[in-house]
Design a protein around this ligand. Structure first.
Ligand code: ADP
Ligand code: MG
Length: 622
């Protein structure tokens, strides 16, 4: 028997190793940007085509490489950043493993140009599948340019695994933001398909945050700064009013390296306690500097998680620093702790009681019930009762106690499995009544109505979410929603990340009645909105929708369309606490029971509960 063990050829070994370092275009972006930062560049330009699938290029004006170094840099474990194991504990650079360029060269076609200040000419190298194809001198300014083309061209299985362009581009933008945020003194730009998405002049940390996260944070940032022998912390947190429904704008950097830490996040949330609603997330960009020997950045291959030598100290330090900052800016004392913060945000509390609201209350059924002398007109239409003898019954068919019987919500898996355009199985649907009588609004939140068998209580917001959701489903299935053209088109300015998202959603939004057109950098013109969106509210409607979309974006299991529908349904639904007129209630109830699945919201919350008359009778010994 011959011996059977062989050494893998370099290119295959590199390809396998690359799997860990380069998972998608964004991972290559991160490595190349970090290399440019490590090279001391003051200007770094990132260019991508086709969300990095066709081209990722990083051009820097850093220290450059000699001819030999340029050639060497693509070898595995080739690094200028550590020499022995001890150095690992004093890392001041972003990279140190010497794997990135080797991995990139193993899975793409690379063109490198690099020149040191003191050299007369630079070096040009072309590498294909880890093999050097060409090397020659080149005239160029100091710095390095690395272009990688056709990522995974030689690993089709991985290429097929890549997500859609908008999705990959979002990952790229994420990585870009993380690096650009940490180095405000460096100029960065990002150009995607020949369009400049970011152009970040160097400046202060505060300026960089606003450049990256959008103008809405301008004048809304609180500076955090605390020093000790053990560690320093500095950066900014958003004022409580900027807290969002999405976790998006939260950044921790340890020694300038972006990290994810649920533990430290908890510390910041603790400092914000009581100042923001429970389900909202404050913005923060916090930099922690401490002796590199106090951390182990080696625990995660892509280096986003780190271990602290003493995490309790770090936790306490972060929390108290943020608390201190918020207190100093006297944000704490001005808040009214009597009111639960989630209640404070309700329109009913926060909006002035205008004449308009007064009249809507006056026309509400509750108000009418108390003010109208006789209520006979409510039961005028007796003949209609015939249609309704099929009173709602729980699908389980059980009718034991009088307990309110919530409509059985879909399990998460059922909701997740639903395809857009899915027509729910009738099995989920209880025999729904076609109408209800004596509609009454309770607490401006519930609609109560009587039917032959008893009565029902409907949650108005949940009901409306269901109605809108099904309307959107129908809209994409070929019944577009009417667009009302704006007489005076409104422009909306967005942060770059939101631009990416909105661009991705344009076609669907159009079907749903939003007519938006790109208008230069970071701006859209709102040409038209669905006929039922109030004039003047167009901008807020879109901002809220984006917020909510990002909220759902964390849930990868939903399709883009599903996320959009859910967020739009949530955003547009009439909220609890809103007074409804008799007519509005009637329409809501009718629309609800015209739905395919009236009993649950798109997110699986119950919409109504039914009470049976015979159970009531039993209860009272009748
Ligand atoms: P690491 O960054 O972990 O050292 P890389 O594979 O990313 O490993 O890079 C290998 C080496 O190539 C680096 O250590 C550095 O010396 C050199 N290098 C890479 N990119 C640049 C750049 N943009 N400018 C100057 N030198 C670079
Ligand atoms: Mg590197």
């Amino acid at each position: 028997m011959p011996d059977i063990i062989q050494l893998l050829p370099d290119n295959i070994a590199n390809q396998i190793a690359a799997g860990e370092v380069i998972q998608r275009p964004a991972s290559a972006v991160k490595e190349l940007l970090e290399n440019a930062v490590d090279a001391g560049a003051t200007e770094i330009k990132l260019i991508v085509n086709d969300a990095g699938k066709a081209l990722i290029q990083v051009i820097d004006n850093g220290k450059g490489m000699s001819e030999t170094d340029a050639r060497m840099s693509f070898e595995r474990h080739a690094t200028s950043k550590i020499k022995n194991i001890d150095d690992l504990f004093h890392i001041k650079t972003m990279g140190f493993r010497g794997e990135a360029l080797a991995s990139i060269a193993a899975v793409s076609q690379v063109e490198l140009k690099s020149k040191k200040a003191e050299d007369i000419t630079g070096t040009y190298i072309e590498i294909d599948n880890s093999v050097v194809k060409k090397q020659e001198p080149v005239a160029m300014p100091q710095g390095t340019s690395i272009a990688m083309k056709n990522l995974f061209f030689n690993v089709p299985a991985r290429r097929n695994f890549l997500k859609s362009n908008p999705s990959e581009l979002r990952h790229i933008v994420d990585e870009f933001i993380r690096v650009a945020m940490a180095f405000p003194s460096v100029f960065f730009s990002l150009t995607s398909n020949a369009q400049e998405v970011f152009h970040l002049e160097n400046g202060s940390m505060k300026q960089r945050i606003v450049q990256l996260l959008g103008n809405s944070y301008n004048a809304k940032l609180v500076s955090v700064q605390e020093q000790s022998d053990y560690m320093n912390i500095y950066g900014f947190v958003g004022k409580p009013e900027t807290a969002k429904k999405t976790r998006g704008d939260q950044y921790f950097f340890v020694n300038n390296r972006f990290i994810k830490s649920a533990y430290l996040n908890h510390a910041v949330m603790g400092a914000f306690d009581e100042m923001i609603a429970k389900d909202s997330f404050p913005m923060y960009t916090l930099f922690i500097d401490l002796d590199p020997s106090q951390i182990d950045i080696n625990v995660h291959p892509t280096k986003q998680e780190i271990k602290f030598e003493d995490e309790k100290i770090v936790y306490a330090f972060v929390k108290s620093a943020v608390k201190h900052a918020l207190a100093q800016f006297s944000i704490t004392p001005t808040l009214d702790f009597e009111l639960d913060s989630s209640i404070q945000h309700l329109d009913a509390v926060s909006k002035p009681f205008t004449a308009e609201r007064k009249s809507s209350v006056a026309s509400s059924s509750l108000y009418n019930t108390f003010t109208q002398k006789n209520q006979a007109h409510f039961i005028e239409n007796k003949s209609e009762l015939k249609h309704w003898k099929d009173l709602y019954e729980p699908s389980s068919g059980e009718s034991g106690a009088l307990n309110p019987m919530p409509a059985s919500p879909l399990t998460n898996a059922e909701v997740a499995n639903r395809e857009p355009g899915f027509v729910p199985l009738r099995a989920f649907v209880t025999t729904a009544p076609t109408a209800l009588e004596h509609l009454t609004q309770l607490h401006h939140t519930y609609i109560m109505g009587q039917n032959e068998d008893g009565f029902m209580v409907i949650h108005q917001q949940n009901a409306h979410e269901r109605i809108l959701y099904e309307r959107f489903m129908k809209a994409v299935a070929g019944k577009p929603i009417a667009i009302q053209q704006n007489l005076f088109p409104i422009t909306i300015e967005l942060a770059a990340m939101d631009m990416v998202i909105l661009t991705e959603l344009l076609p669907e939004l159009h079907l749903l009645g939003y007519h938006l057109e790109p208008f230069g950098k970071n701006t859209f013109v709102i040409q038209g909105t669905p006929a039922d969106v109030d004039q003047g509210n167009e901008k807020t409607a879109i901002e809220k929708m984006l917020e909510q979309f990002k909220h759902f974006s964390a849930d990868l299991k939903y399709t883009k369309r599903e996320k959009l529908f859910r967020s739009m349904a949530w955003q547009r639904a009439v909220k609890g606490g809103t007074a409804l007129t008799q007519k509005e209630m009637k329409i809501l109830v009718e629309d609800l029971f015209a739905c395919n699945t009236p009993n649950i919201t798109p997110n699986g919350k119950p919409v109504y509960t039914s009470f049976k008359k015979n159970e009531l009778d039993k209860m009272f010994g009748r």
